[in-house]
Design a protein around this ligand. Structure first.
Ligand code: ADP
Length: 499
């Protein structure tokens, strides 16, 4: 426990579109829950507000019960809202349910309602709840463009009403999503859209000079928040140097921080993971072998031989198993993933892709491949894959932080990654870094040859230096990528802005 940082417990409310396990599409959901749990462990009070998506099975949440009913503003009307409460990982969750069509549908995103309008409504409904219930947190922590409007609504509206105390922190998990918003859409939540159409407020930096009508909720969130964080130090540098928000971020540089994500080491624990047929640890890797064999059989891949009294581990016939667990979008290096599948095939290895895509063309590209492709989202299969894998591949074009390389390491899968963003901050090449840091294989270019340069070295080491490989597996499993250190940094940021 960090005595200085945690001396005066904070009251933090997260306002977010995702949290695990209720609503997860990408890393955002993992971060909100992991950070909350770590802050609670440090003695702070945390509540999480999320939309009550129709697809969330409310009755399965511990302590699920109705909370306050109230109304919040939308397009000149006051819409009824019902809050439900529950507990996840020790944190109180507030599920916000507007009595209209918002957040209806069978998935988190992509319903038939207007997403931008729905999140604008949600942003205001959260502040309205704080006001009507007299809940005055020290920190309101918003995430991504979805809740970028919270800080604008707070400083231009609710702070002038009864909410005086909170300070605003915004975390950007991925700058690719900017929350494009027209002035009249901003009017819908009760803000005066035209007052934000200047370059020092919310006008979209990409269209300055030719379309002042277009605003960005993410930019507004940056300008109006007391502190802005993103998810790795390298991504801070990358976004200050280039990209559509670089000039805005430069202007607000003194309140812009990079804090690496952690992973939830309780949820991701190979010793106790309920999804695994056998648990294992850095000092006892037999279970990892068994998980690999279990997966290989389950997917119809040739199983590795297991050591016996006559055959040592080194003498057994084993195929390197490479996994990639990802959303299949351009950011993740789709062309390199596809190439790696062919390449691993040629190199007599096994490749399993667990991927999701909303694009039928992308799905089509992967569907009819000789190696194993699972185009679905499965928490269970993801756990099993990390446990079974020898190598976890992350060939992203850009990656603000990335969780799969860290989860992979916790399960003894050696990362092969492209050097960008958080991947560059967490994976250090075995040949090109200090021995103490070395934990994986890294390449820089965006072409197939660059990827081969790292993947081939990994495959070679797996086959030719099994002792080295096993030592590396044990080493990466013991690395501390937990939330502990990151939560301390977040609490530091919270303390720097609290009143
Ligand atoms: P991003 O947030 O950009 O999607 P991250 O690496 O930060 O990428 O987080 C990805 C998270 O989503 C990890 O927890 C990973 O295990 C999980 N994940 C990605 N694709 C799938 C899938 N198809 N099934 C299950 N989990 C997945």
């Amino acid at each position: 426990k960090d005595v200085e940082n945690d001396r005066n417990p904070l009251y933090i409310i997260h306002v977010t579109a995702e949290m695990v396990p209720l609503a997860k599409v990408g890393g955002l959901g993992d971060v909100v829950t992991g950070l909350s749990r770590a802050c609670i462990d440090r003695g702070h009070k945390v509540e999480i507000m999320i939309p009550f998506y129709e697809c969330i099975p409310g009755e399965q949440i511990k302590g699920f019960s109705p909370g306050e009913s109230y109304s919040s503003y939308h397009k000149g009307n006051w819409i009824s809202v019902q809050v439900y409460r529950g507990k996840i990982a020790g944190a109180s969750v507030l599920l916000v349910q507007p009595k209209n069509q918002f957040f209806k549908g069978s998935s988190i995103y992509g319903g038939s309602y207007d997403e931008l309008e729905a999140y604008l409504f949600f942003s205001r409904a959260c502040l309205e709840w704080m006001q009507v219930t007299n809940n005055h947190p020290d920190i309101i922590h918003a995430h991504e463009w979805h809740t970028g409007a919270v800080s604008m609504l707070y400083w231009d509206m609710y702070h002038h009403l009864s909410l005086k105390k909170p300070r605003l922190v915004l975390t950007i998990h991925n700058m690719e999503h900017y929350g494009e918003c027209r002035m009249e859409q901003l009017n819908m939540c009760g803000l005066e859209g035209s007052t934000y159409r200047t370059s020092d407020k919310a006008v979209d930096d990409r269209t300055i000079g030719h379309n002042p009508e277009r605003l960005s909720l993410l930019k507004g969130g940056i300008v109006y928040s007391n502190a802005v964080t993103t998810v790795s130090p390298s991504y801070v540098n990358e976004t200050l140097c280039s990209g559509w928000l670089s000039s805005t971020l430069m202007k607000h540089r003194s309140k812009y921080f990079g804090i690496l994500n952690g992973i939830d080491t309780e949820l991701w624990n190979p010793e106790t993971d309920p999804y695994l047929p056998v648990g294992f640890s850095a000092t006892d890797l037999m279970g990892k072998q068994a998980c690999k064999q279990y997966l290989q059989r389950g997917l119809g891949l040739e199983p590795d031989e297991l050591p016996t009294q006559r055959k040592t581990y080194q003498e057994c016939k084993r195929s390197p198993l490479i996994v990639c667990i990802t959303r299949l979008v351009a950011q993740k290096g789709i062309h390199l993933i596809r190439h790696a599948m062919y390449h691993v095939d040629q190199m007599d290895g096994q490749f399993v892709l667990l991927g999701t895509s909303r694009d039928p063309r992308v799905k089509g590209e992967f569907e009819h491949h000789a190696t194993k492709v699972c185009l679905l989202c499965s928490e269970e299969l993801a756990h099993l894959l990390y446990a079974a894998a020898d190598i976890v591949l992350v060939p992203s074009m850009f990656e603000p932080c990335g969780l799969t390389q860290m989860i992979g390491m916790r399960y003894g899968a050696i990362p092969v990654v492209r050097k960008t963003g958080g991947l560059a901050d967490t994976v250090f090449d075995v040949e090109h870094s200090k021995a103490i840091d070395a934990n994986g294989f890294v390449f820089e270019g965006i072409d197939e040859r660059s990827l081969n340069s790292a993947l081939d070295r990994a495959l070679q080491q797996f086959r030719e230096k099994p002792h080295h490989w096993q030592a590396l597996v044990s080493k990466v499993m013991l690395l501390d990528n937990s939330w502990n250190k990151s939560a301390r940094e977040y609490v530091g940021v919270y303390n720097s802005v609290r009143v």
